[in-house]
Design a protein around this ligand. Structure first.
Ligand SMILES: Cc1cc2nc3c(=O)[nH]c(=O)nc-3n(C[C@H](O)[C@H](O)[C@H](O)COP(=O)(O)OP(=O)(O)OC[C@H]3O[C@@H](n4cnc5c(N)ncnc54)[C@H](O)[C@@H]3O)c2cc1C
Length: 155
């Protein structure tokens, strides 16, 4: 581990140094294709990783879970009538599915690029990252970071 990560920026090498004689836990990371437009049935829905687990390559899984929670409450607050709950849940799922599907595929693409193997592929990838202006990179993710929780549309 130490030799593999020796060229990493601080504090990665320091953290590894401080782990002398400590066991290091390693686990694999899995994602799953999005469930589509419906994530539940009747009065049951899913949110967060249960509905759309993504690879943590763009650090968005937890963010999507928090957005889900907000959007779910927003939908449910539209009516106090119990009979409306199933249709409000389907509306919630439908309002979220395109966005989380896009996050899923973006996270996969970034992962594929980041985990590219082979000297040529890594060389090209590193140059693309280096030469891409920050403004352009930010623009690519505008759709993601422009999300604004809007309570006004709840009523
Ligand atoms: C290495 C790594 C780095 C990440 N980095 C980021 C990041 O930078 N930014 C970001 O936004 N996201 C990140 N994520 C993703 C984020 O951690 C998850 O998307 C988020 O935790 C999902 O929240 P959740 O509430 O849906 O599920 P979870 O956090 O998995 O919560 C589910 C909970 O349910 C409990 N549970 C399971 N089964 C049962 C049961 N039968 N009964 C009772 N309880 C049960 C579990 O113990 C768990 O506590 C990262 C993930 C990983 C693995």
């Amino acid at each position: 581990m130490k030799s593999r990560f020796s060229g990493y920026a601080s504090p990665v090498p320091d953290i590894l140094d401080s782990l002398t004689n400590q066991p290091i836990y390693r686990d694999d990371i899995y994602d799953r294709p999005p469930l589509g437009r419906e994530w539940g049935r009747g009065r049951v829905t899913l949110i967060g990783d249960a509905a759309h687990p993504v690879q943590p390559n763009i650090g968005q899984g937890g963010c999507m879970a928090i957005e889900d929670a907000f959007e779910l409450v927003k939908q449910l607050s539209k009516s106090t009538k119990e009979d409306f709950v199933p249709s409000l849940l389907r509306q919630f799922e439908s309002s979220r599915c395109d966005r989380v599907a896009r996050v899923y595929s973006t996270a996969r693409q970034v992962g594929q690029l980041g985990q590219a193997e082979g000297a040529i592929a890594c060389f090209i990838r590193n140059w693309i990252y280096k030469l891409t202006p920050t403004k352009l990179a930010d623009k690519q993710f505008k759709w993601l970071f422009d999300y604004v929780p809007n309570w006004d549309t709840a009523t």
